[in-house]
Design a protein around this ligand. Structure first.
Ligand SMILES: O=P(O)(O)OC[C@H]1O[C@H](OP(=O)(O)OP(=O)(O)O)[C@H](O)[C@@H]1O
Ligand code: HPA
Ligand SMILES: [Mg+2]
Length: 164
């Protein structure tokens, strides 16, 4: 599928949004046991949130599904979660990802830690019911471009039209 709209996010904006997410999470509880971040996209917000909340115990769950740009394949768990954190079904654990789109990744990781709190910076409508806290919703037909996937390029003047 090709998204109709695009939502490019700068490093500044991502930092602001991830910090806003940390503020919300600080209001949920002040004693998070650990952060479980969903690689790779969750690594960046997890670093920002861990810094803000003072969390030092960070675990990864490694899931891959979008093999080609915008095309989701079968979900593959390349690395699961340490039994140290799955003990109480994840009670007090914070799961972090950059976004939820169809919600498939969120559903899979939630099944590993049913009592954990699930947070993403961005959410699309299909994934939204799967997350407990998020900052910005974009429509389902929008593709979010993260700053680590972008670079500076020449922009044609508006008067020259899209084709330049
Ligand atoms: O809600 P869903 O439709 O399941 O999609 C959301 C997931 O897709 C992206 O990860 P991806 O699998 O592309 O891997 P990456 O984080 O390594 O880029 C994104 O970082 C989320 O983890
Ligand atoms: O909108 C998106 N942007 C980047 N990665 C993604 N993975 C699923 N949806 C998206
Ligand atoms: Mg991901």
């Amino acid at each position: 599928m090709t998204s109709e709209k695009s939502f490019p996010v700068s490093w500044d904006q991502f930092h602001r949004d991830a910090r806003a997410l940390a503020w919300r999470l600080a209001g949920v509880r002040d004693d998070w046991k650990a952060i479980v971040c969903i690689t790779r996209g969750g690594l960046v917000p997890a670093a920002i949130i861990a810094r803000e909340l003072g969390t030092r115990l960070i675990e990864t769950v490694c899931v891959a599904s979008y093999h080609d740009y915008e095309t989701q394949g079968e979900l593959k768990v390349l690395k699961g979660i340490s039994p140290d954190l799955t003990g109480d079904d994840g009670d007090g654990v914070l799961i972090v990802d950059d976004l939820t789109d169809t919600g498939k990744t969120a559903a899979l990781v939630r099944s590993m830690l049913p009592k954990a709190h699930f947070a993403t910076v961005y959410a699309k409508p299909k994934g939204r019911p799967l997350v407990d806290t998020f900052i910005t919703e974009v429509s389902q037909d929008t593709w979010i471009f993260f700053p680590w996937d972008l670079g500076l390029t020449f922009q044609a003047p508006i008067s020259k039209g899209v084709a330049g």
